[in-house]
Design a protein around this ligand. Structure first.
Ligand SMILES: Cc1ncc(COP(=O)(O)O)c(C=O)c1O
Length: 456
């Protein structure tokens, strides 16, 4: 059941109109900048996923938990660079580390001691023995797919319907497919996310619903002996937040292994935010390959892939090339080391839990007393309000979540000093170690105001 059923649509439409007017009034310079940017940047943004309605917001700086836009508006940052800034902005330790490294040279394309220190840390933190580096989440999932295909000598990749793993061809399939293109639940269609994907590539990526072991088993049977592996976000983070059912991840691993296929976890979003040891430790399932990026780098472009001796051993033996000019870049390595060993320490996750609880209690309280249908999910530094009465378990259920409510909350939060990621219901919040109880209370207070405006 959708939330909008309990809310007067006319009232919702009116609120959206009022909030959009306030939003436009507060962002005149961002609007001017959008016009200027459109003449040199395709669509006025550096990445399609920075574009947003009514228009993008151009930022000038960030300090601690706050960012400031070109119109001088200050916000508590809940976007946090699409989840890459769990350290918060201009963290003094990152500023000191990066400043010290800049003066000693920023790039050699030769190994430095920092890369060993980071790999040693990742080993103990995530429990996987061998690591390599890259520069983005996309590079890591690309490497994971290639490794799975190389190691098994098979071509078919499985992925979850409605999950995003970066922008390379193998995974730009059924990322956010429209409901009328996805086919029957029993037989989901592989839908290209963008033009430019060769049909043969799309065909090699088969999709399965999240939280359904029977569907996975049927698919593995159907393509028996042809599946290289499966890439999975252990907790879906680009369809709001969709948590795994009890036993699901263990089941996925067992089924894949029974079919001679491998399991890669995409922990680009979860790795440094939902637990000290990511989803891997939080849910207690260790994959064959683990992809990290975003928050592990403290705000620098980063990526890391870890794996078992057997699979990563193929890189070590030179059977697979895992390469990149900037891999192990000393500036990134220095920031990553400080981030992981001095900032995102176990204490940081205790504090995320404490702040997350304020958000969960506060937002669920508003939901309870206003009658807005929905629920709050909090996993340490990440969380989301989902506008659907029952818990979402897969992409098709996520499609039933109210777009309008997510959008109006986005506007209400923005107009009252909380910066949210673009794309409404698909996104969720990321806290940083520099967020305070007061910061998160602001989100709850705004949400309360929204609840009252819609239902009182
Ligand atoms: C789960 C997941 N995997 C991979 C990526 C790709 O990471 P990047 O944008 O660093 O290439 C993203 C980006 O949002 C992501 O959310």
């Amino acid at each position: 059941m959708s939330t909008t059923q309990t809310i007067d649509p006319a009232r919702l439409a009116k609120l959206i109109e009022t909030e959009e007017a306030v939003f436009n009034e507060r962002h005149k310079h961002s609007r001017e900048m959008t016009e200027r940017a459109r003449k040199s940047l395709a669509g006025g943004v550096a990445s399609s996923w920075q574009a947003t309605d009514p228009h993008p917001i151009y930022l000038v700086e960030g300090h601690g938990s706050k960012v400031v836009d070109v119109d001088g508006n200050e916000y508590v940052d809940f976007h946090n660079g699409y989840g890459a800034m769990a350290v918060g902005h201009a963290h003094p330790k990152i500023v000191a580390t990066v400043s010290a490294r800049v003066g000693r040279g920023t790039h050699f394309a030769q190994p430095t001691e920092e890369s060993i220190a980071v790999a040693e840390h990742l080993q103990q933190r995530f429990g996987l023995p061998l690591w390599r580096f890259g520069n983005s989440g996309t590079e890591e999932t690309l490497d994971a797919v290639r490794l799975m295909r190389a190691y098994t000598g098979r071509d078919i990749l499985l992925k979850i319907e409605g999950s995003y793993h970066g922008h390379h061809d193998a995974v730009m399939v059924s990322v956010a497919p429209p409901g009328d293109k996805i086919g029957e639940y029993e037989n989901p269609v592989s839908v290209p996310q963008t033009l430019g994907l060769p049909a043969d590539f799309v065909n090699l990526t088969k999709v399965v619903p999240f939280n359904d072991l029977d569907a996975l088993e049927r698919t593995l049977e159907k393509y028996r002996g042809r599946v290289a592996g499966m890439i999975v976000e252990p907790c879906m983070m680009n369809a709001g937040i969709v948590t795994p059912d009890e036993g699901y991840l263990e089941g996925v691993k067992a089924l894949l292994h029974a079919h001679g296929a491998l399991l890669a976890f995409d922990e680009v979003k979860t790795g440094a935010t939902i637990h000290y040891g990511g989803a891997t430790r939080r849910f207690g399932v260790t994959p064959d390959l683990l992809c990290l990026a975003k928050s592990v780098g403290g705000g620098l472009p980063c990526g890391a892939i870890g794996g078992s001796e057997q699979v990563m051993g193929w890189i070590a033996e030179g059977k697979i090339d895992q390469v990149g000019t900037f891999n192990g870049n000393p500036l990134t390595m220095a920031a990553m080391h400080t981030t992981l060993t001095e900032i995102l320490t176990p204490d940081a996750y205790d504090e995320f839990d404490r702040l997350g609880e304020i958000l969960r209690e506060g937002c669920d309280g508003v939901i309870d007393h206003t009658g807005v249908q929905g629920y709050t999910t909090v996993l340490s530094g990440r969380g989301a309000v989902t506008y659907r009465a029952e818990r979402v378990r897969n992409y098709r259920e996520y499609l039933e979540v109210s777009d309008e409510l997510a959008y109006v909350n986005w506007l209400v939060q923005f107009n009252r000093g909380v910066f949210m990621a673009p794309w409404g219901k698909s996104e969720n919040w990321t806290l940083s170690v520099q967020h305070s109880a007061e910061d998160v209370q602001r989100y709850v207070d705004n949400f309360e105001e929204l609840g009252k405006a819609l239902t009182a």
